[in-house]
Design a protein around this ligand. Sequence first.
Ligand code: GLN
Length: 287
Amino acid sequence: MSLNPPGALPPAPTLREALTLAAIAGIPALEARMLLSHVTGFTRTQLITRDNEHLNIAQRDAFATLLARRLAGEPMAYLLGEREFFGRTFRVTPDVLIPRPDTEVAVEAALAHIAGLKAPRVLDMGTGSGILAVTIARERPDAEVWATDISPGALMVARDNARALQADNIRFLVSDWYDAVPEDLRFHLIVSNPPYIAKGDPHLVEGDLRFEPLDALTDHDDGMSDLGTIVAGAARRLLPGGWLLMEHGYDQGEATRTLLTGAGFAEVFTARDLAGHERCSGGRLPG
Ligand code: GLN
């Protein structure tokens, strides 16, 4: 059966009726509760304990619209406007990639490699929603973090997240990779989750990815070209002994290690994600 919002909802449905209609429309129960709590401001517990209360017309219409958008495949993170990452809630819009649990591997590697340093200087390239820069800045308030993105729209989202999460130790720059990063700055750590999906990869036209910014997902090449640009420029921007860490696809570990070794990096390693896939590789500038 299909729901034809907003017509299928009575003028002022109860919370329970709204959830029943969402179920009939084929929306999974957890998603329906998240959307309804977003629209009403009720916690998910209140949705149960106060399920006889009525939605007002504006809430009814907003809920019906969200259900229709979800049925059309729009990602939950864009409908809710937020996603959890490393224990914090980040605002997300269609200008930025949706934060993924895989990227926590890069955060953990980054934090481990600056653990012994006082006031480390860190560069996050292609910051998107800012999850890497903001998480590192909050976990290490003594750090001086720089965050770049080529997309001004993405940087606005990252800045909003830094403000909302009270990360005041980040400088933001619109930059095509290293281009606008001041020449004289040297970093203890460079980290990036760059676009690494090859052009034409069928995943780009499936599921959530269809709705995400294409430029954040693919390098419009073989998937390795932005990783290559980052590696090629890193030695000039790192302090001696500094670390470069990059997220990559599950099948790009070996190619990324080859790039790092070829550029003179030492102590080259790869960390695996929760699914056991090679996900983040790094190396150390000798010195
Ligand atoms: N740094 C952001 C993230 O990890 C954005 C990455 C991207 O847009 N490729 O989610």
